[in-house]
Design a protein around this ligand. Sequence first.
Ligand SMILES: Nc1ncnc2c1ncn2[C@@H]1O[C@H](COP(=O)(O)OP(=O)(O)OP(=O)(O)O)[C@@H](O)[C@H]1O
Length: 465
Amino acid sequence: MSILPGLNLSAPPTLLPQAQTARTQDLPAGSEYRFEVSFRSSLRIKLLTGTAELFGTELAASSHQAYTFSGTKAAIYTWDGCTLELTGETESEYVAEETTMSSYANVHFALERLRDGALAAGGLGPRVLIVGPENAGKTSLAKMLTAYANKAERLPVVVNLDPRQGMLAPPGAFSAATFAGILDVEEGWGSSSISGPTAIPAKVPLVYHYGLPSPEDNGGIFKPLVTRMALAVTSRLEEDPDARVSGCIIDTAGAISQGKGGQYENIQHIVSEFSVNVLLVLGSERLYSDLSRRFSAKNGEDAVAVVKLDKSGGCVDRDESYMRQLRQSQVRSYFFGRPGSTLSPHTHMLDHNQLNIFRIDQASGHPTLSFLPGDDEDSAHASTSLYEQVQPSMMMQNCLLAVTSADPYESEENIRDASIMGYVYVADVDEAKKKVRILAPVSGRVPPKALVWGSWPEDVADLVG
Ligand SMILES: Nc1ncnc2c1ncn2[C@@H]1O[C@H](COP(=O)(O)OP(=O)(O)OP(=O)(O)O)[C@@H](O)[C@H]1O
C-alpha cells in the first residue's frame, strides 16, 4: 500500500488506478446481453465480430470503435450472433435468450406497411402512441421503432410527453424532433446542442415546458401543451412529405396509464389531438382491455388499432435514487455536454429586476371551489391562475428556469403555450444585494422573456463551483 506524502496515512486501495482487463462475450443469434452500470463506474463495449444493436441502433462493426456506458441499464441484441469485448465494471450482467425483440420488430414491419400505404394513397403515415406502466420499456420501444424507421429511410417525428426523463432536453420538458440520422448508442437519443465535433448530427427539437413531475399533476397545463405539440407536429407532417409518410411516434409517462377512476382522460386527449391510429399497450393486460373497449367503437378514419405487447424481461425497475441521478446527469450534460463533446456554458450576474420569473401554480389544474359566505352554488368559482409572478429568492437556488419565447407582459395562456428557447440555471441568489448568478448555455445576455419556474426537475446542487 502507498503512503500519502506528509500524512503518514495509508491511501485507500480504491484510489489507485485499477488496470482493467478486457473480456469477451459470445452472444448466440437471437439473444441479448443485458447490463447495468452505475454512475460511478463505466463499461466499454466493442463489437468484435458479427452484428449487434442497442435498442435498434446498430453498433459500428469495427474493433476500433468502443462505446462507453455509465449510469446505464440496457441490452445489446444480436439477430445473427456476435462477439463483444467488454472492459469495466457492471452491477449486473447476463445473457438472455428469451426476448421480445421479434414481436417489436413485427410492429415495425406493420408500421412500414402502413407507411407504404400512406405513400401510395398520398395520406398520413401511422401516428403511434406508446402507453404502459412505468418501466415497461416504452422509451426503449420508441427508440427501437425510431432506429428501425431510420434504417428504412423514414423520417418519423418523435414526441416525448414524459417529464420524468428528457429527450434532447432536460427533464420536465416535452419535446419533438425529426430523427434523420442514426441515434446515439451511448446516450440514447443523442444531443441537441453540441459546440464541438460529433459523429452524430445534432438535432434541434421543439420544446415546451411542463415543469412538474407527473402529467396528472396539472391538467390545466398538460392538456393545452399536448394540444400545442399536436398542432406543431401535425403541421410538420403536412409540410414535409417524408415526415408525412413516416408519421409520428409518441412516448408517454407511466402515470397516464393508471387510469384514475377508470378514465384515462390524458390518453384520450393525446389520441384525439394527434389523431393517433396505432396504440401500443406495453405490459398491462388490464390497460389493454380497458383501452381496446374504449377505442373499439371508433371506425373509418377515426379507427384506432390497439395492440398488446409484452414487457421485456430485461426491463429494470429504476428506483427513485437512480432516476434522480439520471435527471441530474441530463441537466449537467445540457450545460456541460458529455465526454467527447464538451460545452462551455457562461455565468452571468444579473439584477433581480432583469428577470421576469413565473412560478407554476401546482394547484391550478384542480379547480378549487369556493364556498365562502355569499357564494351560492352558481357563483362557486374555479381557480384559474396558472402562474404567479415572483421575485428571485433563495428557494430558486440550484433550480432550472425555462426561457420561453413569450414576453413577460403576455397572458398566462401565451406564456404556457410558448415554445422554449433554452434553459438557465440559478447558481446563486443574493437577496440583500438583489443579485442573481445565472448559468446559461450560451454567452450574450439572457433574453428579457418570461422565465418559467416549476418544481421539476428537482434542484441540482453544485452545478457551478
Ligand atoms: N431488454 C432490456 N434489457 C435490459 N434493460 C432494458 C431492456 N429494455 C429496457 N431496459 C431498461 O429498463 C429501464 C426501463 O425501460 P424504459 O425506460 O424503456 O421504460 P419506460 O416504460 O419508458 O419507463 P418510464 O415510464 O418510467 O419512463 C431502462 O433503464 C431501460 O434501458
